[in-house]
Design a protein around this ligand. Structure first.
Ligand code: NAD
Length: 336
């Protein structure tokens, strides 16, 4: 099977590509990625060096002409779209890039497929954040969207466009909505790597507001496995929630990391809360469970693996941090 993986040099995309090459003999993968600040060739460099089945092309999904050329040349069986601007904090400060990639970029991919003479399957990665904050219970795939941040609103738009192109033009398109992923190769600005790296330096760890916010954590390799189940057995036009079944308050995530690293909780510092901060995300997963998938990695195992990876791969994150990285300011606390 031939895979075109857009955004495959980012955190989840690179873990997925790694999983594909490790699990299946008969796969070929082309990673198409613009290498934004979050996309790093280092994430797949070892694979490119040792495995002939993977290739890389630098490209933007918003560049419709070039993307169309690549699709025609490569003739993939499936396109898996991870490409996105992904950091909610950045979307509060500078929403433009989110509108461009997460909406117009998805539109470009859909237009290329609408014109295409052959029909690769499109799997689009959406997010649990499209449903907005869930005070009680858990939501299914048909629950209404209620996004709160420019990030989640842009993801909701991309998600709806994909579904519209299935309904209107019959594209073989599927949406998956994963919960919070964690694991190796996640950019140091996100909660778990940020906590690990700061704790390793005995630096204060910022918690937004009270830290009571609840997120559902899924180990990134378990997500890769779920995604592949959808690629192979998912039904055209459907959306699939991919929960981690592992809800944790942010403050408890940070405390668990400190415990595993043997660091004191006095490192925790409460800072101004994120504007529009969703209290809780929670999805039901009946559809993906009915396809025979469930997460294999426990929170304790996944967190230990992640911490070990950051400890043994300092070469990967050291070039990404400077003194500024350890400041406690948030974009909104400066009123920018
Ligand atoms: N990380 C999570 O917990 C999480 C949870 C749910 C959904 N998601 C979604 O999963 C996907 C992957 O997330 P991630 O955490 O790996 O993100 P990431 O920021 O680590 O990676 C995004 C990748 O997309 C690339 N990219 C950005 N704009 C592009 C463009 N215009 N053209 C081509 N490539 C572009 C980047 O270079 C990078 O390699 C995103 O769609 C995100 O919204 C992430």
């Amino acid at each position: 099977m031939r895979y075109l993986v857009t955004g495959g040099a980012g955190f989840m995309g690179s873990n997925y590509v790694r999983y594909l090459l490790k699990t299946y003999e008969d796969v070929e993968v082309l990673v198409y990625d613009k290498l934004s600040y979050a996309g790093r060739i280092e994430n797949i460099k070892d694979l490119l060096e040792r495995d002939k089945r993977i290739k890389f092309v630098k490209g933007d999904i918003c560049n419709e002409e070039f993307f169309e050329y690549i699709v025609k040349e490569y003739e993939p069986d499936v396109i898996v779209n991870f490409a996105a601007e992904t950091h909610v904090d950045r979307s509060i400060n500078e929403p433009a890039a989110f509108i461009k990639t997460n909406i117009l970029g998805v539109y470009s991919i859909l237009e290329v497929l609408r014109r295409s003479s052959f029909s690769p399957r499109l799997i689009h990665i959406s997010t649990d954040e499209v449903y907005g904050s869930i005070s009680e219970g858990s939501v299914g795939e048909e629950s209404p969207f209620n996004p709160s941040s420019p990030y989640s609103a842009s993801k909701a738009s991309g998600d709806l466009l994909v579904r519209a192109y299935y309904k209107t033009y019959g594209l073989d398109a599927i949406v998956v909505r994963p919960s919070n992923n964690y694991g190796p190769y996640q950019y140091p600005e996100k909660l778990i790597p940020k906590t690990i790296i700061r704790a390793l330096h005995d630096k204060p760890i910022p918690i937004y507001g009270s830290g009571e916010q609840v997120r559902d954590w899924l180990f990134v390799e378990d997500f890769a496995e779920a995604l592949e189940v959808v690629v192979r057995r998912g039904a055209k036009g459907e959306a699939y929630n991919i929960p981690g079944f592992n809800e944790k308050r942010n403050i408890d995530v940070v405390k668990d990391i400190l415990r595993l690293l043997g660091k004191p909780e006095t490192l925790i510092k409460h800072v101004a809360d994120r504007p529009g901060h969703d209290y809780r995300y929670s999805m039901r997963g009946d559809k993906i469970l009915s396809l025979g998938w469930k997460p294999k990695t426990s929170w304790e195992q996944g967190l230990r693996k992640t911490i070990e990876w950051y400890i043994t791969n300092k070469w990967w994150w050291k070039p990404l941090i400077s003194d500024k990285y350890f400041e406690l300011d948030t974009p909104w606390s400066k009123g920018r």
